[in-house]
Design a protein around this ligand. Sequence first.
Ligand code: HEM
Ligand SMILES: *[C@@H]1O[C@H](CO)[C@@H](O)[C@H](O)[C@H]1NC(C)=O
Ligand SMILES: *[C@@H]1O[C@H](CO)[C@@H](O)[C@H](O)[C@H]1NC(C)=O
Length: 330
Amino acid sequence: MKTPNSIICLVLFLGLLIKSKPISSASLESGFYGSTCPLVEIIVRKVVTNAILQDLGVGAGLIRMHFHDCFVRGCDASILLDSTPGNPAEKDSVVNNPSLRQKAFELIDQAKAEIEAACPQTVSCADILAFAARDSTCSLGGISYAVPAGRRDGRVSLKDEPIQNLPGPSLNLSQLQGNFARKGLSVDDVVTLSGAHSVGRSHCSSFSTRLYLFNTTTSQDPSLDPNFANDLKTKCPSPTNNPNPTVPLDFSSPYRLDTNYYRNLQYSRGLLTSDQTLMSSPSTVGMVSNLARDGRVWGDKFASAMVRMGLIEVLTGNAGEIRKNCRVVN
Ligand code: HEM
Ligand SMILES: *[C@@H]1O[C@H](CO)[C@@H](O)[C@H](O)[C@H]1NC(C)=O
Ligand SMILES: *[C@@H]1O[C@H](CO)[C@@H](O)[C@H](O)[C@H]1NC(C)=O
């Protein structure tokens, strides 16, 4: 297990401060809290770094949580709202529960509490989540980028919406492309952002249909390396996912955000159908081989794709609110 690169991230982050080149995209801008809450990004980074030292998985959890926030009602922290009597919320969708990590929700609570103490009712939960996903990306992959901020928090979260908006693990390439296009993202973004599956875990239920085609123990997805399939069957012994353990999305370096994800695809070792399908068309095969070859190219593309994802349908200005507690509307 490799240790996270927190020191390098800190240095790069200070470098960004010194350069202080505010970039702005749409109506968000980096350094948005420079005068109203100057320590906010330092606080988030400290909380994330400490949590990742205890459990590398929480970093993967935060990157996925930001994605699941942005694809459902935009990046408005709707993923963080708790269900209330009469209103089951996004986090209780089968897409999110139990696979989003409790520790990631608790980390946001902790960061929010410290930020409220320093600058009450100033920083949105949606921005805290965007910062935390960026800091996780840096700790796990040494990839750093400035986060345009100024998002406001939404007041609505509905349990039915994640499944209508988030792509499922059995989608093929054209379905993924269509899903991302609905959020203004390209097929290039599909390929680049799927590289997030270089860290973290998946429950067997997300891919076991590939191992046990038609519920037989003998036939399997032909796009899956047979040796890899046998290995997975020892870890996921039940076609009915009972029990339903987890396995790493990237067996070769499960805690490192890197381009091994793309090399796995070249060896038919993508875990999900939605991963291996990137090898199903000549144009994406070309993208995969470029990214597999060059970690710097992928890192730069991943950083800018994360920024683009973070801009989806954001609330700004007087829309929405700044929540006091990320789990409940004001
Ligand atoms: C392209 C379409 C995508 C599909 C179909 C997809 C699907 C999935 C599935 C099924 C899991 C495993 C859930 C489980 O069973 O526990 C997962 C995990 C994960 N996904 Fe994706 N995902 C996609 C795109 C993304 C994007 C765009 C990101 C972020 C940029 C992302 C980040 C992650 C991370 C980090 C994990 C591991 C989470 C953890 O360990 O807690 N995914 N994804
Ligand atoms: C992808 O899946 C859709 C829906 O099942 C299907 O209509 C389409 O033909 C598939 N595309 C490819 C390239 O397999
Ligand atoms: C496999 O079995 C499960 C549980 O009995 C069932 O829900 C599913 O529809 C079956 N799948 C196929 C392809 O027969």
